[in-house]
Design a protein around this ligand. Structure first.
Ligand code: G3P
Ligand code: CA
Length: 302
């Protein structure tokens, strides 16, 4: 019989490719996103920063140093290698480097693009996903994270570009996420104005005080109550540690909030089963994972 899921939708939890297939290939690269889609990810996650000339690029850190070879090619600027201090043309000369368990190749996978390991623009990521959906009829979603969430101009740019690529609510499983709950509220208001229908996810750590659950807002260093978050958010992206438990998922679901946990990093099928099963049973709605193949495998094994 088909498994019964305790998710908010009743559907299988979403496999969200965290920074692409970042356990296998350099994070936030077109090859990493393409491999994640081939592995069966439902959603790909680009973190977003902005270049000196105002272009949204998919990269996690505010600086280029950890994930690219920038230090081999450029002198530091303003004391470092901030994304915001380099133009897109300069950033396009860099090569993204594998981090953690990633490598520069994956068995059986040949990237379809000429330059698989550059820092991609947000538009390039969306074009890749859109082309896949158009070619296959799939509905792979995107889950961009506004890394400068209180910038009105940057948030507006994210939404305008999503609208231009058709990620306007017509592709399911497309969330917009941020660690700033005020930024998330701003995004929700802006997409109302733009008549977009994507879901908003507020990120943070689960904190339980007495019987009440909340989510820590890293920007204001305060804990947001679940019913306040439910006023503008559709989902919560939460760290797997702290006070996250099945009771939190139940409380969030009671308010109509989906729960997506991060970051799942099993490296074997056995470890994947052990990590994912309790959260599948608890009704978690999505898994941010560096290893989409292992998450898909754990769900297929049910
Ligand atoms: O967005 C969920 C998760 O990605 C948050 O952590 O630091 O990997 O962006 P981080
Ligand atoms: Ca993220």
């Amino acid at each position: 019989a088909a498994p019964v899921y305790a998710t908010l939708s009743g559907e299988a939890p979403l496999v969200i490719a965290h920074r692409g297939a970042s356990g296998y290939l350099p994070e936030h690269t077109l090859a990493g996103y393409e491999l994640a889609i081939k592995m069966g990810a439902d959603v790909v996650e680009p973190d977003l920063q902005q270049t000196a000339d105002g272009v949204l690029v998919a990269i996690h850190d505010a600086t280029l140093i950890r994930t690219t070879n920038v230090a081999d090619l450029f002198e530091p600027r303003n004391g470092g290698y901030r994304v915001a201090d380099f133009t897109l043309a300069e950033i396009k000369t860099l090569t993204a480097l594998p981090t953690r368990t990633a490598s520069t190749s994956y068995p059986g996978y040949t990237p379809s693009m000429a330059d698989p390991f550059r820092v991609p623009t947000f538009e390039e990521v969306m074009a890749l996903v859109k082309a896949h959906n158009q070619a296959t009829g799939d509905t792979v979603g995107i889950y961009p994270e506004a890394k400068t969430p209180n910038s009105f101009a940057m948030n507006a740019k994210i939404l305008e570009q999503m609208q231009a690529y058709g990620f306007d609510g017509s592709v399911p499983n497309t969330f917009i996420q941020t660690f700033s709950h005020e930024g998330a509220r701003q995004l929700a208001g802006m997409q109302d104005i733009l008549a977009m229908d994507n879901a908003i996810a507020a990120l943070g750590y689960v904190i339980k005080t007495g019987d009440a659950y909340g989510v820590y807002d890293a920007t204001t260093q305060t804990v947001s109550a679940l019913d306040d978050l439910a006023g503008f958010a559709d989902g919560l992206g939460v760290n797997l540690g702290y006070d996250l438990d099945a009771g939190f998922i139940e409380a969030a679901h009671a308010l109509g909030l989906a729960v997506h946990g991060w970051t799942f990093r099993p490296t074997t099928p056995e470890a994947a089963e052990a990590q994912f099963l309790p959260w599948i049973e608890a009704g978690m709605d999505g898994f941010f994972t560096d290893y989409p193949a292992l998450a898909v495998g754990a769900l297929d094994a049910l």
